[in-house]
Design a protein around this ligand. Structure first.
Ligand SMILES: *[C@@H]1O[C@H](CO)[C@@H](O)[C@H](O)[C@H]1NC(C)=O
Ligand SMILES: *[C@@H]1O[C@H](CO)[C@@H](O)[C@H](O)[C@H]1NC(C)=O
Ligand SMILES: *[C@@H]1O[C@H](CO)[C@@H](O)[C@H](O)[C@H]1NC(C)=O
Ligand SMILES: *[C@@H]1O[C@H](CO)[C@@H](O)[C@H](O)[C@H]1NC(C)=O
Ligand SMILES: *[C@@H]1O[C@H](CO)[C@@H](O)[C@H](O)[C@H]1NC(C)=O
Ligand SMILES: *[C@@H]1O[C@H](CO)[C@@H](O)[C@H](O)[C@H]1NC(C)=O
Ligand SMILES: *[C@@H]1O[C@H](CO)[C@@H](O)[C@H](O)[C@H]1NC(C)=O
Ligand SMILES: *[C@@H]1O[C@H](CO)[C@@H](O)[C@H](O)[C@H]1NC(C)=O
Ligand SMILES: *[C@@H]1O[C@H](CO)[C@@H](O)[C@H](O)[C@H]1NC(C)=O
Ligand SMILES: *[C@@H]1O[C@H](CO)[C@@H](O)[C@H](O)[C@H]1NC(C)=O
Length: 687
């Protein structure tokens, strides 16, 4: 049974509209109000679901209730900022801001199977003919001839070979009827009637490889950590999906992640422009430039010499995997030369490249959205699923990246919501994640299109999503590390930090309670902070983009300037704050209404210039004021947000009380009201 403390409130405030919406102009005005109304029955229903866990087929093998204090909701709680620290402030923007809404629309499903019905299906180990599909092909079981033909990556023949594209097919195509068990990794299936090909498709399997198993066994024997608890790592990426776009477009996946107690990074800022320089840090701990300086001297060089993190996992006896769809624009192969030797034990490229070239269709902009009867991304997810299940009792490190669906289209992530949800459910239900840290992430938001001409779009481009999922027992065993990760969700974080985090997962001794305490102390005392910090350690509040290795152009932290307290605009804003407080106090007849005494300090936080330059709207400015009010001599710090285009000005987030209120507010019990209320009945020293 799962009980969410914050459940209903959170649903109300934060969930995106269930069908990210196409609204006509006149609908727009009423829609936000109607959205609220619509939520009411839904929220009640959802709460019942949570309380009674009647959520359907989702059966958790992992015991889920995990009720400890720092279990925060996924979405930010109304603070107005994603990150609000000395070193960095990043504004929390609206999922469906009016400026953004015009770009959000519902897309039609891809229906890959419409022209390519599924005739041969597969499970973990076998291919079988789907008899029910035969009528669609107008053929009978007897006349159908099917065979499968294995293929694989071939050894390069010369120094200048196009290493990562060379594929060899077996000479024979092995016939089968009904079903056949497959020992090989990749096969092409072909079916004919009267020697006319009527069907072809590609299937990838995850056979246990004897050589790899032997290597892993020996390697594990060699490491000092052989007898310790170990965790596999499964990283799944979606290309070009900002954090907000993920929440807008993939509510089912989001809700499942929430139930899996995923920990979301709110201040995850990209460090460079596109996919490659944002993933190189994750996989090597290096910037693109550092990679060039250490192991990749020319663009024409292969990547074999670089210390990719999977090598470290491999050396410790983990099976390794790397795979991506849209193989023609692969991470290491798009205008680059890939690997001479296959980089990981399981390497999907030969399969994806062949399947996409031969059976890919629905080509839009850069990618084939379908392979045969399935979405390309679903083919990838099926493979990952097979991999995770095959490896569920073995140590493994796997990095998978899906780009076909999302690389070019702001609204296509929604077409992947169902398949991602199904994929995750399957992993949970098969218990495949009980010894795995699952990381779900993106590299950046969408980099082109109309949304990029808005301030919010610019910000979103720089703020991809990142979630971490751990099994319950793991969180209970490493509570100090997990508590730090929770704190870091509202700190400025980067791909470099994920690399450091992976190293800690490789060496779990590093995150035991005592180690974390020691390492935190060392970090705290360090004169200059390292650029990259494991997310299991406390990331400092003073961290700036420069310290975190974020190129200024990609930095989303606002800049800050002190303003004279006498400015008319500041005066106006201080009154807006007092009005705001008084309206909060109004229902509490026992509390006095407040009056402004003085503005103690004021500053403006404004976006980096490039974030609003040449955009349609000019973004927002956040004014941070400290004011003193009477009666009670209270000091309040508040943020007033001003949308520059329409001059709409409002108090955002919670107003902080920054001096003690003592017994001034003893007449109210509500926590927030205690901060603001000066009781009419108060007999202390009045000021
Ligand atoms: C896969 O399907 C074959 C043939 O139907 C069956 O014998 C086998 O048990 C199935 N394997 C799994 C893992 O489901
Ligand atoms: C099957 O036969 C029907 C009617 O004869 C025809 O409309 C349809 O196009 C045929 N389908 C295929 C895949 O040949
Ligand atoms: C190909 O088929 C022939 C005849 O069936 C068989 O003798 C041979 O071993 C097969 N070759 C491979 C590589 O499977
Ligand atoms: C294990 O250690 C031995 C001796 O140091 C070394 O020769 C061997 O290559 C190592 N094996 C693996 C798989 O790392
Ligand atoms: C990872 O492995 C490389 C060799 O591939 C080695 O140079 C590096 O020191 C290792 N890193 C860690 C943190 O163990
Ligand atoms: C998950 O792993 C933990 C720790 O090894 C073990 O105690 C627990 O029984 C496992 N749960 C399942 C459902 O396999
Ligand atoms: C860390 O501390 C928690 C609670 O204090 C304890 O349950 C857990 O077993 C400890 N973990 C390790 C690895 O010692
Ligand atoms: C602040 O200024 C705006 C427009 O300049 C005005 O409409 C508003 O009433 C002022 N608010 C207060 C509290 O003075
Ligand atoms: C915002 O203001 C700028 C400059 O005043 C103007 O060019 C632009 O059209 C406005 N955008 C919107 C969405 O109103
Ligand atoms: C001003 O624009 C912002 C950002 O688009 C929007 O959230 C807000 O509702 C607008 N306010 C008014 C009064 O139109």
């Amino acid at each position: 049974m799962i009980v969410f403390k914050m459940g209903p409130q959170r649903l109300l405030r934060d969930l995106p509209d269930p069908s990210p919406g196409v609204y006509s102009k006149h609908e727009r005005k009423t829609v936000s109000f109607r959205r609220w109304l619509l939520w009411i029955p839904l929220v009640i229903f959802a709460s019942l679901l949570y309380v009674f866990d009647i959520g359907g087929e989702l059966q958790y093998n992992i015991p889920l209730p995990y009720n400890i204090a720092f279990d925060k909701p996924l979405l930010n709680v109304q603070s107005g900022f994603l990150v609000d620290t000395v070193g960095c402030r990043i504004p929390d923007l609206d999922l469906l801001d009016p400026v953004i809404r015009e770009f959000i629309k519902k897309e039609n499903p891809l229906n890959c199977h419409e022209k390519h019905p599924l005739l041969i299906d597969a499970n973990l180990t076998s291919l079988f003919i789907k008899k029910s599909t035969l009528p669609i092909f107008n053929i009978s079981d007897e006349e159908l001839e099917c065979c499968y033909q294995p293929f694989w990556r071939s050894k390069p023949r010369s120094e200048n070979d196009n290493f990562d594209n060379r594929i060899v097919f077996a000479d024979n195509c092995t016939s089968f009827k009904n079903e056949v068990s497959i020992e090989e990794e990749f096969v092409k299936v072909t079916c004919s009637v009267d020697n006319q090909i009527v069907y072809k498709n590609y299937h990838a399997f995850v056979p246990i490889k004897i050589k790899v198993e032997k290597f892993c066994k020996d390697a594990r024997e060699n490491t000092s950590s052989r007898n310790r608890e170990r965790m596999s790592v499964l990283i799944l990426g979606m290309d070009a999906v900002s954090r907000l776009n993920f929440h807008r477009q993939m509510p089912k996946t989001e809700s499942l992640l929430r139930r899996m107690h995923a920990i979301e990074l709110f201040g995850y800022n990209k460090v460079a422009d596109n996919t490659f320089p944002n993933l190189v840090p994750v996989l090597s701990g290096l910037s693109e430039k550092e990679l060039r300086d250490t192991c990749w001297p020319q663009t024409s060089s292969v990547f074999d010499k670089c210390n990719w993190i999977w090598k470290n996992f491999s050396a410790a006896g983990y099976r390794t995997a790397f795979g991506e769809d849209a193989a023609w624009m692969g991470l290491f192969t798009y205008v680059k030369h890939g690997f001479k030797e296959q980089p990981t034990d399981y390497y999907l490229r030969p399969f994806m490249k062949t399947a996409e070239d031969d059976a890919g269709h629905k080509n839009q902009l850069n990618a084939n959205l379908c392979i045969g009867p399935k979405m390309s991304v679903a083919v990838l997810l099926d493979y990952i699923s097979n991999f995770a299940i095959a490896m569920s009792s073995k140590d493994s490190f796997a990095f998978f990246w899906g780009a076909s669906l999302t690389h070019d289209f702001l609204n296509y992530p929604s077409l992947g919501d169902d398949v991602h949800e199904k994929f995750l459910k399957h992993l949970v239900n098969t218990g495949s994640l009980n010894h795995t840290v699952f990381i779900f992430m993106s590299d950046h938001g969408i980099r082109w299109g109309g949304i990029r001409e808005t301030y919010q779009g610019r910000l979103e481009e720089r703020l991809p999503f990142a979630f971490f999922v751990f099994p319950n027992w793991f969180r209970n065993l490493y509570p100090t590390a997990i508590a730090n990760l929770h704190k870091n969700t509202h700190r400025l974080t980067t791909p470099f930090d994920i690399y450091e985090t992976l190293l800690d997962i490789l060496n779990l001794e590093q995150i035991e309670n005592e180690s974390i305490r020691r390492r935190s102390r060392e970090l705290n005392e360090a004169k200059s902070k390292p650029r990259q910090i494991s997310l299991f350690l406390p990331v400092d509040k003073s961290r700036t983009c420069a310290e975190a290795g974020i190129d200024p152009h990609w930095c989303t932290c606002q800049r800050s300037k002190t303003l004279p307290v006498g400015d008319a605009i500041i005066k106006n804003m201080s009154l807006i704050i007092v009005d705001h407080l008084n309206s909060l106090l109004k229902p509490y007849g026992v509390c006095s209404q407040l009056k402004l005494v003085e503005v103690k300090s004021a500053s403006v936080q404004y976006p980096q210039e490039h974030l609003y330059e040449k955009t349609k709207d000019q973004g927002l400015k956040d004014y941070v004021l400290v004011i003193r009010t009477t009666p009670g001599d209270a000091l309040f710090e508040a943020t007033v947000r001003r949308h520059i285009n329409n001059s709409s000005t409002e108090v955002t987030g919670v107003v902080s009380r920054i001096n003690a209120y003592g017994s001034q507010s003893s007449c109210v019990t509500d926590f927030h009201m205690k901060l603001y209320c000066f009781c009419k009945s108060y007999f202390g020293t009045r000021t």
